[in-house]
Write a protein that binds this ligand. Structure first.
Ligand code: ADP
Ligand code: ADP
Ligand code: SF4
Length: 608
């Protein structure tokens, strides 16, 4: 008996009509006549409601021998079973369990008036579940899914803790909530109409005009929602959520599609809402530089996505992020990752010694009657370097990528190289009714080899989605398939436009490692356009900086060393970064702080 283990059966994957119950046939307790793995129909009484079909399996957690056995996990051809020994440090019962052999959530975040509480952790770890409980939309069952859950029981559990007051209010139905969804692309499917119709319906605090102005969305208020870009929708969604007059605001990722300047503005508006209006804000964010700026306290969420999740007690933001990067939570005495994520001040680059891949001349390109024009300063890109590309939205980064990819002709200057270029666009359209494995195997003969699995599939966590259809994937899954597809092409230059979008923080780290290692092992040259400073810092050898006036004219500088490039880029934004003493990670300085002023005076925007 392993009372500290849980068994999770993914009912979407369990297909008894396509297997012969090898899990049950090989299960050691079953073989000695015990009822460990049985069918649901056989186990539950006729009138007892249960999830799944009668032929699907249920696993008795009392009888199961735990992770060290794991025979059923190996036997199941559809990867439907997870048997997990919970960390022994985890002393408490779940806050909520969706049902037998379903996801279990441990711990809840603590919303605090006047403060922004951050949550940092992978997707599928129970953040939305926790918020649904805090919003009063679902009464958590404290792990006892067989009985009807009540707020009285929840209150008993949290009496004497920081959550007591809050839960009393939820019980009295005295908490109102506004939430910004994670996938803003879905908004036009839910609201038909013009942007201003949506926005005006939310103006409960008289702040809408200010938000529209500061978020720079005035030019799109008269447009139909379904004509807006991802970045515009994100800012509209933010303005709509923050304009409401509620007690509790839940923001599920503010950074996707926004450039750094827009992310910083959004973070400042949210902080003002909490501080000046004494509101409680809970924010999930995967861009660590922005999370650091945004939150007052931080909960780390860890566990096994889809199986169980633990929300820690609150930590200071600095410690929380540092512990997260180290992969070890001190208070909890818990290792959440085998390796530390390390930042280095950049060493002198090897690229100076490597051979040029392309020399390109000055280029220019304009659209229509010169509504937007881009000029590009010529330069050299070296073999096996990762070139980071940064700059605001609408400044011509994708236009340059398309010219390098041969998809667009420059008006002036000639690109006469004959390179094979693999290009991952920012908005990924792979909506074919084709399976992921069929799609990827059509791109590379290496598909399925152990080499390809180690280099591409494993770090991008493709294992569990190989059999899914491309058109059923979530944003993050689609992003990982698109990165894998691009890296699998036989090309000289790989251009990745915003690979961090929709990836959770853990997946960003893994994708960064995969891209970096791929470049090193294959002598491949990679250009990465991204707004996540941590990703750029970990990935790039050199930097190309864009400036100008978004949607009007853009200028692309010649590639330069990281330090000079970052200085160039951040001075335009008027933001300075320092490095955290303990982990060397970049942190945004408070505007007007001593360090901020000192670094600006010295012209050192990135390293003090
Ligand atoms: P996050 O917000 O961290 O991505 P969620 O709280 O949405 O995570 O989901 C955590 C896990 O709970 C997921 O694996 C999901 O499949 C599971 N889950 C969510 N809702 C239900 C439900 N109604 N019944 C069973 N499982 C669910
Ligand atoms: P970024 O990648 O930096 O966000 P883009 O290169 O996508 O910038 O776009 C730069 C500007 O050019 C934007 O104002 C955009 O609206 C405009 N633009 C992009 N493609 C076209 C096109 N095919 N026709 C007209 N304008 C375009
Ligand atoms: Fe049976 Fe548990 Fe072993 Fe699976 S892990 S085969 S359920 S004892």
């Amino acid at each position: 008996m392993a009372d500290d283990s849980i068994a999770v059966v993914d009912l979407d994957r369990c297909q008894p009509d396509r297997c012969s119950y090898e899990c049950a046939n090989y299960c050691p307790p079953n073989r000695t006549g015990k009822e460990c793995i049985v069918t649901r129909g056989e186990y539950y009484e006729d009138d007892e409601p249960y999830d799944g079909g009668p032929d699907q399996i249920r696993i008795s957690e009392e009888v199961c021998l735990g992770e060290t056995c794991g025979i059923c996990v190996e036997k199941c051809p559809f990867d439907a079973i997870e048997i997990i020994n919970l960390p022994t440090e985890l002393q408490e019962d779940p806050v909520h369990r969706y049902g037998e052999n379903s996801f279990a959530l441990y711990g809840l975040p603590v919303p605090e008036s006047g403060a922004v509480t951050g949550i940092l952790g992978p997707n599928g770890i129970g953040k939305t579940t926790a918020v649904r409980a805090l919003a009063g939309e679902m009464v958590p069952n404290l792990g006892d899914y067989g009985r009807e859950a009540t707020w009285d029981a929840v209150l008993d559990r949290y009496r004497g803790t920081e959550l007591q007051n809050y839960i009393e209010r939820v019980r009295r139905e005295d908490v109102t909530i506004a939430r910004k969804p994670q996938y803003v692309d879905q908004i036009p499917k839910q609201f038909d109409g013009v942007t201003s119709d949506l926005l005006n319906s939310t103006d409960e605090r008289g702040k809408l005009d200010e938000y529209v102005d500061r978020l720079g969305i005035a030019p799109v208020v008269d447009q139909p929602l379904d004509t807006l870009s991802g970045g515009e929708l994100q800012r509209v969604a933010l303005a709509a959520t923050l304009s409401r007059d509620r007690d509790f605001y839940f923001l599920d990722e503010i950074s996707p599609y926004l450039d750094i300047g827009q992310r910083v503005t959004a973070a400042r508006l949210i902080r003002e809402l909490a501080e000046e209006e004494d509101k409680a804000v809970l924010a999930v964010e995967h861009d660590l530089a922005i999370l650091d700026l945004l939150a007052d306290t931080l909960h780390i969420a860890y566990g096994e996505p889809g199986a169980y999740g633990v929300v820690t007690d609150p930590k200071s933001v600095r410690n929380g992020i540092n512990e997260y990067l180290k992969g070890y939570l001190s208070n909890e005495n818990m290792r959440i990752r085998p390796d530390e994520i390390e930042f280095h001040e950049h060493a002198p680059r090897e690229t100076a010694k490597s051979k040029p891949l392309i020399d390109y001349p000055d280029l220019s390109k304009s659209y229509g009657d010169g509504e937007f024009s881009l000029d590009v300063e010529g330069g050299t890109i070296y073999k096996s370097e990762v070139l980071g590309i940064v700059g605001p939205n609408g400044i011509g980064k994708s236009t340059l990528a398309k010219m390098f990819a041969g998809a667009l002709e420059p008006d002036e200057g000639e690109l006469n190289f004959t390179l094979d270029i693999a290009y991952k666009p920012q908005y990924i359209e792979i909506d074919q009714p084709m399976r992921v494995d069929t799609f990827l195997s059509s791109i590379t003969d290496d598909f399925g080899t152990s080499y390809w699995k180690t280099e591409v599939a494993n770090p991008l966590q493709l294992g569990r989605i190989m059999e899914r259809n491309l058109d059923d994937l979530s944003g993050g899954e689609r992003q990982r398939v698109a990165i894998a597809a691009t890296l699998s092409e036989d090309a000289d230059l790989f251009v990745l436009d915003e690979p961090s979008a929709h990836l959770d923080v853990e997946q960003r780290v893994q994708a960064t490692t995969a891209i970096r290692r791929y470049a090193e092992n294959h002598d491949a040259t990679v250009m990465v356009i991204d707004h996540d400073i941590y990703m750029i810092d970990l990935l790039a050898d050199r930097l190309m900086v864009f400036d100008g006036e978004p949607s009007v004219e853009g200028h692309a500088g010649t590639p330069q060393e990281m330090r000079a490039g970052m200085n160039d880029f951040l001075s335009d934004l008027d933001i300075t970064f320092r490095r955290d003493e303990r982990t060397q990670r970049p942190r945004i300085n408070k505007p007007g702080s001593q360090l901020d002023s000192k670094q600006k005076k010295q012209g050192e925007y990135y390293y003090s």
